[in-house]
Design a protein around this ligand. Structure first.
Ligand code: GDP
Length: 201
């Protein structure tokens, strides 16, 4: 069985618009989430690199579709965080449109990791994204991030709450209590990404 080497990640290319994406082979997993939920931190921790994805000075500062390559045929795509209020409405709408386009039409996409703050889920926009991904019938992994901020009892409560909400929406998703900071759930997540990769071969 071929395993992914998470340490071999490298930055490939960035795009401002989905229509400009000129990489159309192999498969990829996208990472999405509301701004400030910890996407950059997750990428750095997952791939064991200090600054492969810059942890933003202010939330949502990375506004590009960033392509990272793990090997020739497998990529991780970091989409801009949605919803941060500091940006103009027009700017936010542009990005929501691009993220939707990417999720709906990207043929290489085999899975989506959606990051939410365990204390503030689900935002309306998260649910909108989930409904779009649901239509594609691809793997959905929901990470309840920043779980280091709450005790074990609350972690369980939040997990059950998330599970119920997702079930009520008739969405099939894998839900995981997570913390990039304390590395809770990292190896589980790596196994899931690895399985997706193997199934895509
Ligand atoms: P992004 O905007 O989604 O890329 O979020 P960042 O990765 O820049 O993180 C936003 C803030 O949340 C930073 O101050 C991080 O240090 C913090 N953060 C990220 N992950 C965690 C986590 O698992 N636990 C805690 N407590 N803070 C985190």
């Amino acid at each position: 069985m071929k395993l992914l080497n998470f340490n071999s990640i490298s930055f490939l290319k960035s795009f401002s618009y989905v229509k400009d994406i000129d990489i159309n082979f192999g498969s990829e997993i996208a990472l999405i989430g509301y701004s400030n939920t910890g996407k950059s931190t997750l990428i750095n921790v997952l791939f064991n690199k200090k600054k492969i994805s810059r942890v933003s000075k202010f939330p949502g500062s990375t506004q590009l579709i960033n392509f990272f390559q793990i090997n020739n045929s497998f990529r991780i795509i970091d989409l801009p965080g949605y919803g941060y209020s500091k940006f103009s409405k027009q700017f936010k709408l542009k990005w929501i449109k691009e993220i939707k386009k990417y999720l709906l039409y990207r043929k290489c996409l085999i899975g989506v990791i959606i990051l939410v703050d365990i204390n503030f889920f689900f935002k309306k926009i998260d649910l909108k994204m989930l409904h779009i991904i649901k239509k594609k019938k691809i793997k959905i992994i929901i990470l309840l991030n920043k779980s280091d901020k709450i005790n074990n009892f609350l972690k369980k409560e939040k997990y059950i709450l998330a599970k119920k909400k997702i079930l009520s929406l008739n969405i099939k998703a894998d839900i995981q209590v997570f913390s990039s900071l304390k590395k809770i759930g990292i190896s589980k997540l790596k196994n899931k990404i690895n399985n997706l990769y193997i199934n895509s071969l």
